[in-house]
Design a protein around this ligand. Structure first.
Ligand code: GLN
Length: 226
């Protein structure tokens, strides 16, 4: 049984990133693994979960989400409880040490990972493709942040198309956190990534699934010439 929690979809769900929760729980159930899916709203207590999902959001809602998450048990559940997190865009910025996307004011992040986001000179809008080991992660991005990883922090992958963190790298990766600038929802557009996360959460290697999403992913890659 795995417990999946989508955090504050009203604040961090502008691009349908809540769909990541549906995808990961559905891919678990198709393999006979029981999965519960909870949407955590404003004012709700943070539930115990094996996987927390954070999506993207506009600057104002992002600051409110950061305030709520700083006051929650998320950091200790991830640091000490071994919970996993997939964070997209605003979610990626919130888990870092600081972000300043609205004007030049700097806001405190959760400090789970040593990364800082400042405001870039222009927004990054468009297709995003990222090489992650032997795989290609595809999606789209729309953000004003420019994210810098401290030395020793691993990126999720290398940008093939688009901007990601800084034009070269996208996201970051720790033993139990995956962060990317890719919307899509990213786990719907990249079934291999959904399975990477699911496999880590359940602690086993998963057999491939033959779904429409898997076929569409291969078609997108062939359009990109990969
Ligand atoms: N508000 C953040 C930025 O513009 C994140 C945007 C998003 O999540 N798409 O950088």
């Amino acid at each position: 049984m795995i417990r999946v929690a989508v955090l504050f979809p009203e604040l961090l769900g502008t691009y349908g990133d809540g769909g990541n929760g549906l995808v990961v729980s559905d891919r678990a159930r198709r393999r006979g693994i029981q999965a519960s899916l909870e949407h955590v709203g404003l004012g709700d207590e943070l539930p115990e979960a094996d996987l927390y999902l954070l999506g993207g959001g506009e600057d104002g809602p992002q600051r409110l989400a950061a305030d709520l998450l700083r006051a929650s048990s998320l950091a200790s559940r991830v640091n000490d409880g071994g919970a996993h997190v997939v964070a997209v865009c605003a979610g990626l910025q919130i888990l870092g040490s600081s972000f300043s996307v609205e004007g030049d004011d700097e806001y405190e992040g959760l400090g789970l990972v040593d990364v800082a986001t400042r405001r870039g000179e222009r927004r990054s809008v468009g297709e995003l493709a990222v090489r992650v080991g032997a795989d290609l992660l595809v999606g789209f991005e729309n953000h004003g942040g420019l994210t810098t990883l401290a030395s020793g922090v691993s990126p999720l992958g290398n940008v093939v198309k688009g901007r990601g963190n800084d034009g070269a790298l996208d996201g970051y990766r720790t033993s139990n956190i995956w962060a990317t600038y890719a919307h899509g929802p990213v786990l719907a557009m990249n079934p291999w990534f959904a399975d990477l996360v699911l496999g880590a959460v359940v602690g086993e290697e998963l057999e491939p699934l033959a779904t429409v999403a898997d076929r569409l992913y291969r078609e997108r890659c062939s359009v990109l010439g990969r």
